[in-house]
Design a protein around this ligand. Structure first.
Ligand code: FES
Length: 107
């Protein structure tokens, strides 16, 4: 598998957004990543869809790793901001984050 810089998980399930809006987001994500030059090379972003990410409210849910940043209520407009501001420019969209991975060192 080619190296990648980030992994984006999109929930396409029916509990966090009643009409499964995540499906359309996931379909749109590939073209946004292509437009921003994030499908290949050192900044490559891998994308995956998931039937459920264990949140099941306030969706659609999108999670970005390795930062462990979780976005809720992701609209097509917000997805575009996530791709441009976070994935391309490295600045998470702070106001849309509802959870962050706790990366305190062990011990
Ligand atoms: S259905 Fe989306 S988080 Fe569970």
């Amino acid at each position: 598998m080619e190296p990648y810089a980030r992994h984006v998980l999109v929930c396409t399930g029916g509990y966090c957004s009643s009409d499964r809006k995540g499906r359309a987001l996931y379909a749109r994500l590939a073209s946004l990543l292509q437009r921003e030059g994030l499908l290949f090379g050192a900044r490559r972003v891998k994308r995956s869809e998931a039937p459920c990410l264990g949140v099941c409210a306030g969706g659609p849910i999108v999670a970005v790793y390795p930062e462990g940043i979780w976005y809720g209520g992701v609209t097509p407009e917000l997805l575009e901001r996530i791709v441009v501001e976070h994935l391309r420019d490295g600045q998470p969209v702070a106001e849309a984050i509802f959870h962050r991975l706790d990366r305190r060192p062990e011990g």
